[in-house]
Design a protein around this ligand. Structure first.
Ligand SMILES: Cc1cc2nc3c(=O)[nH]c(=O)nc-3n(C[C@H](O)[C@H](O)[C@H](O)COP(=O)(O)OP(=O)(O)OC[C@H]3O[C@@H](n4cnc5c(N)ncnc54)[C@H](O)[C@@H]3O)c2cc1C
Length: 389
């Protein structure tokens, strides 16, 4: 990741397409990544270390829940949020994931579906990074079909009693609070669960070969008792979690282009500095063709993200449009990372370069928040009116 503009920035000047205020957010996030994340990321990925202390620094910088208005949040535009995701994911998808989980999923659920008292209780502290949240929707038996969830909240007098298992939940062993979705007698409901509540247990999934500088967990709920005041007051049905997922998927469409840019910058640099057969490898048409294709897909992906941002900022963004962004941009980011890896030759598989790390991370991003197949089926349903899930 470089702070100075690269030849990619010269050819495609994103700053010319956004407001000065939104661009300033991007620059601040690039600077944050450069100083706080980049120096450690290779070691952290190797050691499977999550740098917990960074969370409060992200909060101080205003990045957590930054597009929520009021309650101590920055109230920035959706485009600014996207540009921050892009900057953080230039370093590592794990850090953009944290901002997505905290801001779009956990805080987003409270901001969208919580009562006034719940917003006031949780959002200011979460924006400052004093309280870390997680978002628990997926279950072990098939994350693609949340309607099949078996975690159940039973009414017991004025309380709720929850039992069940959630899998792949980001940050759950470290989180202070979980936004957890459970089936009830009258549909899916969301609950705000302090993680020190008796009956809450989280265990880290430790054998990951992707997102190694980030934490994902399995949660078990055993007769966990909550007062009714812990229920997200306005959420009933799968619209609750899906609204939060749309918001997070929007950020992903921007973020993965950051990982792609990191790979493209490295590939251009290597193409001009590495000499084989007595000349830079970038002097070969086959290498230039790869670089040109990567640039074309990067620019298309960024224009798509900018378009989604513009729609979001005037409240006209639809879930299907977000599916287009998530599906296309993750797919193309993976392709760009793979082509960059080939241009780097053998060195491309080492941690001397960020490319293999991005490739491994992007496989997670392809899977979470709706797999390629699920977004394809969402778009197929949109076109035909026929659900084919
Ligand atoms: C790093 C990481 C972080 C995550 N963070 C969170 C989190 O914070 N909170 C949370 O709730 N979840 C989280 N998840 C879970 C994630 O959302 C799920 O992994 C995802 O929804 C897919 O579910 P699954 O892994 O059970 O795959 P499955 O649902 O078992 O799917 C397996 C394969 O079958 C395909 N498939 C399924 N149904 C169909 C169909 N009808 N037609 C065609 N193909 C189909 C899928 O596309 C996929 O390729 C995370 C996952 C990862 C890897």
């Amino acid at each position: 990741m470089t702070l100075n503009s690269s030849s990619v920035d010269r050819i495609f000047d994103v700053s010319a397409l956004v407001s000065a205020e939104d661009w300033a957010w991007h620059q601040r996030a690039l600077d944050f990544g450069h100083h706080h994340l980049h120096p450690h990321i290779d070691n952290d990925f190797d050691a499977k270390h999550f740098r917990h202390e960074i969370v409060s620094q992200l909060g101080k910088s205003g990045f957590l829940g930054m597009h929520i208005a009021g309650y101590g949040c920055a109230g920035a535009s959706a485009t600014a949020y996207g540009l921050v995701c892009h900057a953080l994911e230039q370093v590592d998808s794990g850090w953009r994931t944290l901002v997505s989980v905290q801001g779009s999923l956990a805080m987003g659920a409270i901001a969208h579906w919580g009562s006034e008292a719940q917003k006031e209780e949780w959002l200011p502290r979460m924006a400052r990074g004093e309280v870390l949240g997680c978002f628990a929707l997926t279950e072990p038996e098939g994350g693609s079909d949340p309607a099949a969830m078996t975690t159940f909240a039973r009414r017991d007098g004025s309380d709720w009693v929850l039992n069940g298992t959630k899998r792949w939940i980001g940050l759950a062993t470290l989180a202070d609070v979980a936004i957890l979705w459970a089936q009830t007698d009258d549909g899916v409901r969301g609950f705000i669960i302090p993680t020190d509540t008796p009956g809450f247990h989280a265990a880290e999934i430790t054998n990951k070969l992707s997102m190694r500088a980030s934490v994902q967990c399995e949660i078990t709920l055993t007769d966990l008792r909550l007062p009714d005041s812990a229920r997200l007051e306005n959420a009933l049905g799968l619209r609750g979690p899906f609204t939060c997922l749309t918001e997070a998927r929007y950020g992903i469409a921007w973020g993965v282009m950051g990982a792609a840019k990191s790979c493209l910058d490295v590939a251009v640099e290597r193409a001009t500095s590495r000499e084989v057969f007595g000349r830079p490898i970038g002097a070969n048409q086959l290498i230039q063709a790869k670089l040109a294709n990567m640039l074309v897909e990067y620019q298309k992906g960024m224009l798509l993200a900018l378009h989604l941002g513009t729609l979001h900022d005037v409240n006209e963004l639809t879930p299907a449009q977000v599916s287009i962004g998530k599906l296309n941009n993750v797919r193309e980011a993976i392709s760009i990372a793979s082509q960059a890896r080939s241009i780097l030759g053998g060195d491309g598989i080492t941690s001397d370069f960020p490319v293999m790390r991005h490739m491994a991370n992007l496989e997670s991003v392809r899977t979470y928040e709706g797999t390629d197949e699920i977004h394809t089926l969402i778009l197929g349903r949109e076109l035909t009116g026929i659900p084919a899930f």
